[in-house]
Design a protein around this ligand. Structure first.
Ligand code: PXG
Length: 466
C-alpha cells in the first residue's frame, strides 16, 4: 500500500473509504454512490483535494481552524511536548506543566470569575461533563432533585448521548431514543424564520420569556441549569435579537438556575472578542470551549467553571466520579498554549474586530441584494444568508427542493467551501483571512448564488417565475 505522503489514486481511496470508513453525519449510500471528496493538503486558507483542485475554506474546517492551515509553530509545539511527555493522566492527584499552564491562562482570558478548568477531549465531552457537574453541584447543596436542564430547539451541543440530548436537533433525537431524562427544550430566538410580525426586539423578549414559562412549568426547585450557544452555529448562525440575553440572565438569576454558555464555536476570537459572552454581556456560571482553542490542530475541549460552582464542588462535592483518559492531554494543552500565544502576539482578535470583520460585514450584507437572499446576517467572523423564493414574505422553499445543497455544490465547483444548513448558507472562515481573500470569498458566493438562481428560475421555483 502507498504511504500517506504518496497516497493512492482517488478512485482507490474512495473504494477503500466506501468499504471501511463510516463517516459522521453522512448518508453512506448517497456518499459512496459518487465517492467521498478526498482532501490531501492545506496551507493558509486553502485546501487541495486529491485531484489537485484548490478550495477556499470558508468554514475553517468545521468552525475550528481559526489560525488557518500550515502553522509550523503549532506543529512544533506538539512535537516538543510529545518528545518530552507525550502522555500522562491528570487523575489521582497528578498534574503536568501543560495542563497547569493552560488552565491558568484560560482563567486569565475567560470572563468574570470563570477561573477553574475541567479538561475533556472535545466539545461533546465537555458538555457531558457539564450535565454531570451541574447535577452534582445541586446535589452537593442538598438539592438532588434540582437536576433538569433546559436547552433549546435547533441548538447544537455535540453528539455524545448527553450532548446530543442537550442539542435540539429532532433528526438526532429520532435516532437512539433521545433526549435522556430530565432535559427539555424551549424555542429558539430565530427571528427571520419564526418571528412572524413581531419586531426582532419583541420576539427576542418573547423567546427569552419562554425560559421563565418552562421553569415555572417544571418548578424552579427541579431545574439545575439553562444551556445555550450565544450565537447558534450549526443551527444556521442564528444571532439573537439584543433583547434576548439580558432577559435570559434576569430569569436565570431570579430562579436560581445556573447558566451554561456553549462557546465551542464562538470562543477564541470568532466574534471579534475572546468570547461572545463579552459581546452579549453574558456572565456564565460555566462555559464550554473546544475547537478554536487549538485551531483544531489537536482535539481538546473544556468546561470553564466559575468560583461559585467550583467552590461548592471543593467544599462539599467530595470526589467527582468523572474524567477522561485524555483530560488535559499534554500535547493538546501545549498546542492550545501556543495557539493562544499566537492569537495574542499577532493581534488576531483586534484585527478581526477593527478591520476584517467590519470589511466582511459590508461585503456580506451586499449579498442581500441578490434575488435569492432573504437576509444576510453576521456576527464577527460567522455569517449566514437565508435563501428564499420570496424575500418580502420571508418564504421557504419546500424541504425536498434541496436548494441549500444545490448552492453548496455550486460553491464546491467554484472553489469555495460554504456550508448549507437546510436553505441557510453559512461561513466561518479562518480569523486571519485577508481583505483580498474576503473579496474572493464573497465573489465566489455571488457566482454560486447566480448559478443556483438560474437552476431555480428554470425549475419555476422562484416567486417571480411562478
Ligand atoms: N457545542 C457547539 C456549540 C458546537 O458547535 C459542539 C459543542 C461539539 O463539539 P465536538 O468537539 O464534540 O464536535 C459543537 C460542534 C456543523 C457541525 O455541521 C458543528 C459542530 C460539529 C460538527 C458539525 O455545523 N459543532
Amino acid at each position: 500500500m502507498a504511504t500517506l505522503d504518496n497516497h493512492l489514486p482517488t478512485n482507490e481511496l474512495q473504494a477503500l473509504d466506501a468499504a471501511h470508513h463510516i463517516h459522521p453525519f453522512s448518508d453512506r449510500a448517497a456518499m459512496n454512490a459518487k465517492g467521498a471528496r478526498v482532501i490531501t493538503r492545506a496551507d493558509g486558507l486553502y485546501l487541495w483535494d486529491s485531484e489537485g483542485e484548490k478550495l477556499l475554506d470558508g468554514m475553517a474546517g468545521l468552525w475550528c481552524v481559526n489560525l488557518g492551515y500550515g502553522r509550523q509553530e503549532l506543529v512544533d509545539a506538539a512535537a516538543r511536548q510529545m518528545s518530552q511527555l507525550p502522555y500522562y493522566n491528570t487523575f489521582f492527584q497528578t498534574t503536568h506543566p501543560p495542563a497547569v499552564m493552560l488552565s491558568a491562562r484560560l482563567a486569565e482570558l475567560a470572563p468574570g470569575t470563570l477561573n477553574h478548568v475541567f479538561f475533556a477531549g472535545s466539545g461533546s465531552e465537555a458538555n457531558d461533563t457539564n450535565v454531570r457537574m451541574v447535577r452534582h453541584y445541586w446535589a452537593s447543596l442538598g438539592q438532588p432533585d434540582k437536576k433538569t436542564i433546559i436547552a433549546r430547539k435547533n441548538g447544537y451541543h455535540g453528539s455524545t448521548l448527553a450532548a446530543a440530548s442537550l442539542g435540539g436537533m429532532s433528526a438526532m433525537h429520532e435516532q437512539g431514543g433521545l433526549p435522556i431524562l430530565d432535559i427539555t427544550h424551549i424555542d429558539q430566538p430565530y427571528w427571520w424564520g419564526e418571528g412572524g410580525d413581531n419586531s426582532p426586539a419583541e420576539f427576542g423578549l418573547a423567546r427569552a420569556r419562554a425560559l421563565e414559562t418552562e421553569i415555572e412549568r417544571i418548578g424552579a426547585d427541579k431545574v439545575a441549569a439553562f444551556i445555550a450557544e450565544p450565537v447558534q452555529g450549526a443551527g444556521g448562525v442564528i444571532i439573537p435579537p439584543e433583547t434576548y440575553w439580558p432577559e435570559i440572565q434576569r430569569i436565570c438569576r431570579a430562579h436560581d438556575i445556573l447558566l451554561i454558555v456553549d462557546e465551542v464555536i464562538t470562543g477564541f476570537g470568532r466574534t471579534g472578542n475572546w468570547f461572545a459572552s463579552e459581546v452579549f454581556n453574558i456572565t456564565p456560571d460555566i462555559m464550554t470551549i473546544a475547537k478554536g482553542l487549538t485551531s483544531g490542530y489537536l482535539p481538546i475541549g473544556a468546561s470553564v467553571v466559575s468560583d461559585k460552582v467550583a467552590n461548592v464542588l471543593s467544599e462539599k462535592g467530595g470526589d467527582f466520579h468523572h474524567g477522561y483518559t485524555y483530560s488535559g492531554h499534554p500535547a493538546a494543552c501545549a498546542v492550545a498554549l501556543e495557539n493562544l500565544r499566537l492569537i495574542e502576539e499577532e493581534h488576531v482578535i483586534e484585527t478581526v474586530a477593527t478591520k476584517t470583520a467590519p470589511y466582511l460585514k459590508e461585503k456580506w450584507q451586499s449579498l442581500s441584494d441578490h434575488p435569492l437572499v432573504g437576509e444576510a446576517r453576521i456576527c464577527g467572523m460567522m455569517a449566514a444568508i437565508e435563501l428564499t423564493p420570496d424575500k418580502a414574505a420571508r418564504a421557504r422553499f419546500s424541504d425536498d427542493s434541496n436548494v441549500g445543497i444545490t448552492c453548496r455544490n455550486f460553491c464546491f465547483d467554484n472553489g469555495l467551501i460554504m456550508r448549507s444548513v437546510g436553505d441557510v448558507m453559512v461561513i466561518s472562515p479562518p480569523l486571519n483571512i485577508s481583505t483580498s481573500q474576503i473579496n474572493e470569498l464573497v465573489g465566489l458566493a455571488f457566482k454560486s448564488l447566480d448559478m443556483t438562481l438560474d437552476v431555480l428560475t428554470k425549475g419555476g421555483l422562484m416567486k417571480s417565475a411562478a
